[in-house]
Design a binder for this molecule. Sequence first.
Ligand SMILES: Cc1ncc(C[n+]2csc(CCOP(=O)(O)OP(=O)(O)O)c2C)c(N)n1
Ligand SMILES: [Mg+2]
Length: 339
Amino acid sequence: MLTELSSFSRELALQLFTAMARLRAFDERAVILQHQGRIGTYPTFYGEEAVQAASVWALPRQDWLFPTYRQSAVVTLRGCPPLVPLLMWRGHPGGWHDVMEYRVAPICVPVATNLPHAVGAAWGAKLRHQELVALAYGGDGSTSAGDFHEACNLAGLVGAPVIFLITNNQWAISTPVSKQTKIRRVADKAAAYGIPGVRVDAFDVFACYQAVREAAARARAGEGPTLIEAIGYRLGPHATADEPSLYRDLQADRLWEPMEPLRRTQMALVAAGLASEAELDQIRADSVEELRDIGDSVDAYPPVTIEEIAATVHRETPWGLRPDRLREPSWGARGGAVG
Ligand SMILES: Cc1ncc(C[n+]2csc(CCOP(=O)(O)OP(=O)(O)O)c2C)c(N)n1
Ligand SMILES: [Mg+2]
């Protein structure tokens, strides 16, 4: 059952559904573009549309978002053209969105590194008496990283208006949550830092929306940070370079499939009489249609060369990353997992 819908207007419910549909369309198209070799390795967020859409909609536009690789499309919900994050996955410099315009930080691939950034932004806003909240995304795996603990500790200490939105999809690539932390509830980690930890169903867009709203209200009232654990399950592979059948039981995974949030939200909206099936189907179709020519747009940007990567990522190219070294066959054999 999804959260009681009676406190949601039809308008807000449809906005949340549309945001989820647009995220789904982006994600499905990105996976296809990767399979066609038009973008590089891509971390799908299939199944995490509810928590992502809710988080963007629950905050006013002046609040800051600090995404990881898993939330590469949230910036599109703030008005950035979908081409931009797709170009990022193509490795093209056109893929850097305007951070100040969208108030979305550049995505962080190194796990948990975005969490202290968000604390800094939130604390800075507090010191300047600005009414700002910063929300940082993370995964269950990120809560085992040192940066997570430092971020929580400082945020709790200084009362930073920050929200740590941790999607517990129960996997960190091939490592199940039980093999990386002894604690059973990620939200309980908050207690060590004197901050509230709440749990919410990551597949329930309305519950996620309420949880983020409440955390933001606390932050704005000067009550400091909140850790939200959104409990879900990673319905897809870690990324397009991953092969989950090597480490998990795909038959058992099927049991999670009915939790898929877009269809589930559609059923809830129809059952509540807030929208018709046809109306919602049309929103989904429109979201797909929006991206009809996106592949052509992506192709218009020449793929970056190894030489460009070697020349632009570091001020001085380290010896091991020189183009002649990158062309050695051993690199090709390493595959391309995200991170
Ligand atoms: C500091 C660091 N260590 C290791 C990696 C490799 N890596 C990429 S994603 C990932 C798993 C992260 O899992 P989780 O935080 O649960 O997020 P999810 O991918 O499930 O969204 C790891 C270990 C990395 N990117 N950064
Ligand atoms: Mg995870």
